[in-house]
Design a protein. Sequence first.
Length: 884
Amino acid sequence: MDKELSKQYNPETTENKWYKTWEENKLFSGKISPEKTPYSIVIPPPNVTGILHMGHALNNTIQDILIRYKKMRGLETLWMPGTDHAGIATQNVVEKTLAKEKLKRQDLGREKFVERVWEWKQLYGATIINQLKKLGCACDWDRLRFTMDQDYSAAVTEVFVRLYEKKLIYQGYYIINWCPRCQTALSDEEASHIELEGNLYYLKYPLKDNPREFITVATTRPETMLGDTAVAVNPKDKRYKKYVGKCLVLPLVNRTIKIIADNTIDMQFGTGAVKVTPAHDPNDYALGKKYGLEFINVMTPDAKMNEAAQKYRGLDRFKAREEILDDLKTLNLLEKISPHKLSAGHCYRCNTIVEPYLSKQWFVKMKPLARPAISAVKKGQIKFHPERWTKVYLNWMDNIQDWCVSRQIWWGHRLPVYYCRNCQAKNPEKGIVVSRDKPEQCPKCGSADLTQDQDVLDTWFSSWLWPFATFYWPKDNADQKYFYPTATLVTAPEIIFFWVARMIMAGLEFKQAIPFKDVYIHGTVRDSQGKKMSKSLGNAIDPLEIIAEYGTDALRFSLISITSQGQDIYLSKERFEQGRNFANKIWNASRFILINLKPEEIRVDLCVYFKAEKLDTVNRWILSRFYATLDKVGRELDNFKFNEAANSLYSFFWHEFCDWYLELIKPQINQKQTQVVMYKVLEKYLRILHPFMPFISEEIWQRLPGAENSIMQQSWPHLQSELINRGDDLLMELSFEIINTIRNMRTELDVNPASRIDIQLAVTDKNTRKSLEILEPYIKNLAKVDNLTLTDKYSPQKNQYAVVFKNLHVVMPLEGVVDVGQQIKKIDLKVEKLKLEVKNKEAMLENKNFTARAPVEIVEGEREKLSQIREQIKKLEVIRNGLR
Ligand SMILES: [Zn+2]
Ligand SMILES: [Zn+2]
């Protein structure tokens, strides 16, 4: 390798080279090291169908920072990677590829279809893994897991059987969320509620014994009226008291239904009388059970009307709605339609409106599992960051509902449930065998005529075991003992219920131990307008494109530096320029240092050297600033304040190290102490930069004299807090302020930037004057000053320009530099011109014709300009007053 850094940083070659080296040298692998404290993270497994998006990039960059940081801190780290089989999503993807061959999964049959999915996984399943590698993720790839692996599947079965044996899993008929497109049940969490502009339809049902009298019911889903088996009113409702117990004739299907009274009925909603459809609504389901009503399902699984819908049979639910309304109108039974906002569940995989649907499913009883998971968080064994998520979690857990876990799809873990036909023939409720292995015969009757349940389990039923099933649970092993519980979980807010809460429950139930100690919830990536980034909206920024254009380190650094703790991220492509520019800055500064470095000068033990050697102010100052930064970055990382840590790294390097230090030391760069300090700061800085920008830090690290091993294997710099010196910091800040003031003075008077000038500093305070003596060489150097005179009093004289600043006067003698008379004339002329402009603008803004007619933003723009000009005049007047 070239010892010298190339003129320009090339992210692409650097990144590919180092990632390969790290992987080949097994630097990502976590081993049992009894003398070290373990620190493990399980990756939120991306869907096997996944393509890297900004959300992934953010989520995994944060995990990578933690892993690299903790490793440098001396912990034994392990980042467990894997992918999720993503039941519905993957099945949908493969069905789409089949559709191109004009095939449906039913044409292939279950076995062949599942084979196709595995083939698909073989071909495309590693896409997301390779993309995570491009992002620099230090995952232990030798441990890569997949939720459909044989061992993992065994864990899923084991959990199902154990819960069944504990009577925490049951089968039953309930109203569940049904996706007519995916043709499967969904859990409550999988049916995301979206507000829609709908209608409230008022339908008139005639009384049986007096067809001229009606009761009007209001509904948002009129097509379900075909399945009504009662009308309910509140017993306190005076309007309907006399009708309770009487019968109505359900229009269109001519079924006799009863009027019942129940105190759950809201008298304020609609007409106060509601239709009861026990097979199509969860509340009506409860009423149906309570009053022994008939359950009539009027739809097929693909949301078409079934034979119970009589003449509407075969129509799609929305088409049936239209026809039913038309028919009711003809019969004069549609009283009115009024607009109504309603919240409808949508399938989280395909966005179809879900149908509340009566069906036989498997459920997990959640309350008993939730109890210990609530207390673990209340006791602080698990902490959420930011803390506000604790409340969200506890709220949901307190109101937790049973979890519908069966899915009517083919891709996933088949339920370990078998039915004995012989036993079922006698009693349909009997004959269920739940077993870890396929039973040879029915344990009750000995029949071998057993069939396995057709359903598969909810994908989350496998992912809730992720923190321990990835370690081959239920097998006992040393890895699991060492690395479980894991340390930190990094995830997005939308899966707190789906995943985080359930993992806590599963950990406590099956491992009797929490799955992780800290949960860091990061924000959602949005576009600059605040819209969630999504492929369908077309506003997504592709992280791989950014990597190709700016480099991985730039992507990572930019993302992290704008992610304040737990807040959403507003992203535009330009934001990544900051990261790229920063990488270039680091590159150029390092190149400058390495070119000027004399390796024989820097071979010293820092602790000894600093004690023996009297360092000058600038070197003391940069060490002080470095250690203050080190201290800050460490604390910020420990508190999950990633953006603050990134910004501390940025401002130290860019402003203090490059803008000031490297400029100040140029005249003394060959001096031994400067060589030592400049090198040590760079070398230590690269280490603390490494978790954020792993590639560029490694590339430069390898060029350091005597660099051994990878930067990944280095330790986090030891904090020498005795070198943090606030006094030096203040002193140097004073010199920077003076230098900036002099630089401004030069620009204000158009002094040739190359020409050297004289400066007088007048300070009454004796101590400040003493300090300024120390700073003299720095000021002279950077402000291009020939003679710097320190005086104790400011005495105005002709031919000079003076600026007051804090308790000192900065005075620039102008003799031979600029012509004062001309300067004054120039300024006066400028001010005059500007004043005229002010007058014009004022007149314009006083003109009602203009302000009333012109667009608001134009008027506002003019006001803004006016105040800018006034500011400019003030500034010029200050300069004018400083001129003698
Ligand atoms: Zn769906
Ligand atoms: Zn049997």
